[in-house]
Design a binder for this molecule. Structure first.
Ligand code: ADP
Ligand code: ZN
Ligand code: ZN
Length: 734
């Protein structure tokens, strides 16, 4: 047996993997993630490395492959756990070990560190004197200088030691490892966060919240590995429950990870955590520089924080102990990586907790179908919060049929009911939020004579009309002058049909000339903190109406918002995807949940062409169970996840016929196995993206492991066969 060993994991290019032979006596002990001692470099000096993979064969002359010297058992550093997790991710979601490692390991950046480090004597004076004598006898001059200096001055800046005392990091390393000295990185972290004032105690939990926190904490103490799912209506105080269990775990010295969709990582959310945990909070977000990000990981590793808050990637915070991994808004699709490795944060969190003895807690007002299904099956423990913590009742929701509006002669984007309700709010100086279903509905430029839709020449995606008079592709950024003639029938009756956020802003402004409107969409939030600026302006009541895509659904409490309007509830129902109803239900329910969070007269109006669709009806009734019952029936009858597992295999390439050939070859793998249910290969909806063609295969099976096995076989074929040169094959698991 052979092991691939990585030696320098702090290197940005994690591709320095070396193969070693595993001596028979070590075969049981060596596994991915394990820390080993190996001969390396000139003179074969013993170095420490991490096993990334075990293999039966070796690409080199076996006679030249060196033996692993031993397994280092004592310290199990964070990196070991993360390595093992990387291996698990690779195995369960596909991709290479290298890709998995890059996802999981905090990579040190070459930019010079701004960390201010101080070296402390970490043993009592007597021990230090003894060591000094010992080092003197052994003529360890550098060590003698260091210890002597530290006996005089028990803490010395790191730079001073390097430059003034002329002592190298290599000299210090063994002394740090055996605990003689310690290096503490102090405050000079590139700390990206704004420190709040005084630390405050949390609110007193109400009985419902207390029961949930107690229940979860009790199973945590028992070491029950079962994840918990908190289903709590919007504003039911889930965040307070999270903070409570995080604080209790922290009191036991166990830090937690709090995952929040990036979009919800607003100033308000962050402040709440600061007020509770002071500077023992750290935050990761996409605007951090690599250096800042690395510093936050360093703080985590040094045990300086109780909770790391961040999007999906915060999952890999290098803690060596773990309290909770909390995944808020767990239904959000951002918890699934769209790049290889296409891991899902929920099972990955559960695996990480299994490794470190932590507990996964999922929370949502609208749990994803898979999560609720797991709870129903008994795989997760279900907790519910039925009431809003502030005592406010849920918004009153009405559904308006836009077809009927049309029949009644109303051609406005606003139904009469929504119009009147907005007018009333403006009069009362209350605020309104208007949701559009998604960016780009602005778009679709079609011919009114023949129905042809203009698509991007590089992608198979509809182009959208923008204010600059050009058509834009939202996938690749390609732009063209606005079409004046239909490319198919030559008709000049061509244009954007449905209005986008910009257009709607103009239309709403026309109906309410005095209203102050803020628009929040992809275009207005592009700049640094674009998002946060708009949200705080709205929170400060600098505007009456906030108009936007779903990005305004969460992360903000606007107590003065008493009306929410959803303009095109149908858009997401038309997406050709089996989760369309689920996403629509979640979006509508969450949107309605924004109204009247602090008071009882909140109202929501849903405008739709499908007023009888169960996703709309159940969202209006805010009845999750009714929606679930309907939806799970549909999934059962059509055999979709979560009732079965689904493996999606994509084949990409620039040459269409090669892509097709590759996909056929993979279908051949399925045929050879036999007895499988699969669809394809076929060109999906958007066949061409950024000049790449794609083909797709869907395989369904009740057992996840069957799909993992299929993935393994396909990966082997892709590695070996020439057909796949210049093709990319990726796997998605559901
Ligand atoms: P969720 O995360 O479920 O949407 P939050 O935790 O954000 O809910 O709580 C909603 C609002 O209720 C917040 O303003 C919060 O400060 C307040 N709140 C939560 N729990 C309590 C409580 N026990 N007592 C008073 N106010 C509370
Ligand atoms: Zn036409
Ligand atoms: Zn394009």
């Amino acid at each position: 047996m052979y092991a691939d060993v990585i030696i320098d994991i702090s290197h940005e290019k994690l591709d320095h993997v070396f193969t070693y032979h595993i001596p028979e006596k070590l075969e049981c002990a060596v596994a991915p993630g394990v820390c080993v001692k190996i001969p390396f470099g000139r003179g074969d000096t013993g170095r420490t490395g991490y096993v990334t993979e075990i293999r039966e064969t070796c690409d080199y002359d076996p006679a030249k492959v060196k033996d692993i010297l031993g397994v280092i058992k004592s310290a199990v550093p964070a990196e070991s756990h993360l390595m093992a997790l990387a291996y698990w991710i690779k195995k369960n979601f596909g991709g290479t070990m290298h890709q998995a490692l890059r996802t999981v390991l905090p990579v040190k950046v070459k930019t010079e560190e701004k960390v201010k480090r101080t070296v402390y004597l970490n043993v009592d004076r007597e021990t230090a004197m003894d060591l000094l004598a010992l080092y003197n006898r052994k003529h360890y001059r550098a060590r003698v200088r260091l210890i002597a200096a530290l006996l005089e001055e028990p803490s010395i800046p790191y730079e001073v030691i390097l430059q003034k005392l002329n002592i190298t990091a290599q000299t210090m390393r063994p002394l740090i490892e055996d605990g003689t000295i310690k290096v503490v990185s102090e405050k000079a972290y590139r700390n990206p966060t704004i420190l709040a004032g005084e630390k405050q105690e949390g609110v007193t939990l109400n009985a419902e919240q207390q029961a949930v926190a107690d229940g979860i904490f009790a199973s945590f103490l028992e070491g029950d590995p079962k994840p918990a799912l908190i289903k709590g209506v919007t504003g039911s105080g889930k965040t307070e429950v999270y903070m409570e269990i995080i604080a209790r775990a922290a009191a036991m010295g166990k830090p937690s990870i709090m995952l929040i969709p990036e979009i919800a990582l607003t100033y308000q959310t962050v402040m709440r955590f600061y007020k509770r945990f002071g500077d023992r909070v750290s935050i990761l977000h996409s605007r951090l520089s690599k250096g800042e990000r690395y510093d936050q990981y360093l703080r985590a590793k040094n045990g300086e924080i109780d909770v790391m808050i961040g999007p999906r990637s915060a999952l890999f915070t290098p803690f060596t102990e773990l309290g909770f991994i909390i995944i808020d808004e767990e239904h959000e699709t951002t918890y699934k990586s769209e790049t290889v490795p296409k891991y899902d944060a929920i099972p990955t969190a559960i695996e990480r907790c299994r490794m470190l003895g932590g507990m996964t807690v999922l929370g949502s007002a609208t749990p994803s179908l898979p999560s609720y299904y797991h709870a129903m099956q008994g795989d997760y423990t279900l907790y519910t919060l039925q009431n809003r913590a502030t005592g406010a009742s849920m918004a009153k929701v009405s559904v308006v049929s836009m077809a009927q509006e049309m029949q009644a002669g109303n051609r406005s984007v606003l139904s009469r009911e929504l119009h009147d309700k907005i007018a009333l709010r403006l009069e009362r100086r209350e605020q309104v939020m208007l949701f559009m279903n998604r960016r780009g509905i602005a778009g679709v430029i079609s011919c009114r004579s023949c129905g042809e839709v203009i698509k991007c020449p590089h992608c198979d995606i509809s182009m959208s009309q923008h204010n600059d008079g050009r058509m834009h592709c939202h996938y690749c950024g390609h732009t063209e002058v606005m079409a004046t003639q239909c490319p198919v029938c030559g008709s000049t009756k061509i244009g954007a049909f449905k209005a986008g956020t910009q257009k709607i802003e103009l239309l709403v402004q026309k109906e309410f000339p005095k209203a102050r409107i803020l628009r929040m969409d992809f275009d207005t939030t592009r700049g640094k903190d674009g998002h946060a600026k708009i949200l705080s302006a709205f929170a400060n009541q600098d505007a009456d109406i906030l108009l936007g895509t779903q990005m305004i659904v969460k992360g903000h409490d606007f107590p003065n918002v008493t009306l929410v309007g959803v303009l095109a509830a149908d858009m997401s129902l038309n997406v050709p995807d089996y989760t369309a109803a689920e996403r629509t239900f979640a979006l509508l329910t969450q949107a309605a949940g924004r109204a009247g969070r602090a008071r009882s007269d909140g109202e929501a109006v849903i405008q739709t062409y499908h007023p009888d669709h169960y996703a709309v009806v159940t969202a209006a009734a805010q009845d999750y169970e009714a929606f679930y019952a309907e939806e799970i029936g549909y999934r059962k009858s059509l055999q979709f996840p979560p009732v079965v597992h689904l493996l999606t295999v994509y084949v990409f390439g620039t040459d269409r016929s090669r892509v097709e050939k590759g996909a056929l070859k993979l279908a051949g793998v399925l045929e050879a196995i036999g007895g499988l249910r699969y669809i394809g290969p076929a060109a999906p909806n958007m066949e061409k993206i950024k000049d790449n063609y794609q083909n797709v295969l869907y395989i369904k099976d009740a057992k996840y492991d069957t799909l993992v096995d299929i993935k393994d076989r396909m990966e082997a074929v892709v590695r070996l066969e020439r057909t796949f040169d210049n093709l990319t094959v990726t796997f998605g698991f559901e």
